[in-house]
Write a protein that binds this ligand. Structure first.
Ligand SMILES: [Zn+2]
Length: 299
């Protein structure tokens, strides 16, 4: 990392990013003390009154979904978090409303397990409108063939490493050439790996090997995840190919999906990066995200 330097008895890096959170479902104000300086909020209202204490962020606002589609009827999501796109004719209004609410990234759901999904034309129209407005599109793909449909429609990133099915090698290679995948491996069992964890790990191993861009992300708000850097997510990533340096690069990504998130905080980790990669995760998870004035106190 070129931006890495030593201060006091620690290491300073650009602010770490969790690329998949839902601030409406967690206390986001504690994330900096857990090492997270920046987040992508991938759906739901923002707790605006807390904005000054939250990590730097970009957000999606409402989920674009089919009428009655996921997460319209999920217990964790308010009905108003979803915007129903019935046909291609609804796409411009749907996307423009999110831009009007301050969103800079668009979240689409294609979850055929939990309800109807956008048809091919509606999907293409939503992605097309977002791209006209230079908004990256992130999809939640779940169920048979939904990841492939999202890719064909021009979706830029997956909110989760695809976990419903083993993707064919040629599809993974094609995806690696232009997509970003947000990891979220640990949400499959939280340390007790499920079949979906194994499927996702296999897909991510091949995506990474093919040169695909991977961001660290946890889906904070979904189940018992720690409110800060998650050592199990880091360990799961290390298990599928990325090196410790790759993981630092992902966490410090200056403009994830081309987005500008702000840089109010940097990451401070006590001590130097250990030589032995087996000690990397334990060192990494002692990170804190500090404002520059907090950092000066330490220096
Ligand atoms: Zn999520």
């Amino acid at each position: 990392m070129s931006a890495h330097f030593q201060v006091g008895r620690g290491t300073v890096l650009p602010g770490f990013l969790d690329a998949h959170v839902h601030l409406a479902l967690i206390d986001g104000t504690v994330l900096p003390s857990g090492g997270i300086a920046r987040v992508l909020d991938l759906g739901g209202w923002l707790p605006d009154d807390l904005r000054a204490s939250l990590p730097d962020l970009a957000y999606a606002n409402q989920f674009m979904t089919a009428p009655g589609g996921y997460p319209r009827h999920s217990s964790w999501a308010e009905p108003g978090w979803s915007y129903a796109v019935a046909t291609a004719a609804d796409a411009d209004t749907a996307v423009d409303l999110q831009v009007g609410a301050g969103a800079s990234v668009l979240k689409i759901t294609l979850n055929s397990v939990d309800g109807p999904v956008l048809g091919t034309e509606a999907l293409a129209a939503v992605v097309g409108r977002a791209h006209e407005l230079r908004m990256p599109v992130v999809a939640h793909a779940e169920g048979a063939r939904q990841a492939g449909r999202a890719f064909v429609a021009g979706v830029d990133a997956f909110a989760h490493t695809p976990f419903s099915e083993q993707l064919a090698d040629d599809l993974v290679t094609a995806m690696a050439a232009r997509m970003t995948w947000i990891s979220t491996l640990d949400m499959h069992g939280w340390g007790h790996p499920t079949p979906a964890f194994e499927i996702a790990s296999d897909n991510l191993r091949r995506f990474h090997a093919a040169g695909g861009r991977v961001l660290y992300g946890t889906d904070l708000g979904n189940g018992p995840l720690p409110l800060g850097l998650n050592s199990r997510e880091i360990a799961a990533l290390l298990g599928v190919g990325p090196t410790p340096s790759d993981i630092l690069t992902a966490l410090c990504s200056p403009a994830p999906l081309g987005l500008t998130l702000g840089d109010n905080r940097v990451t401070f980790i006590p001590g130097e990066r250990p030589q032995d990669p087996r000690d990397f995760t334990d060192w990494l998870v002692t990170a804190r995200a500090l404002t520059r004035s907090e950092l000066e106190v330490l220096a």
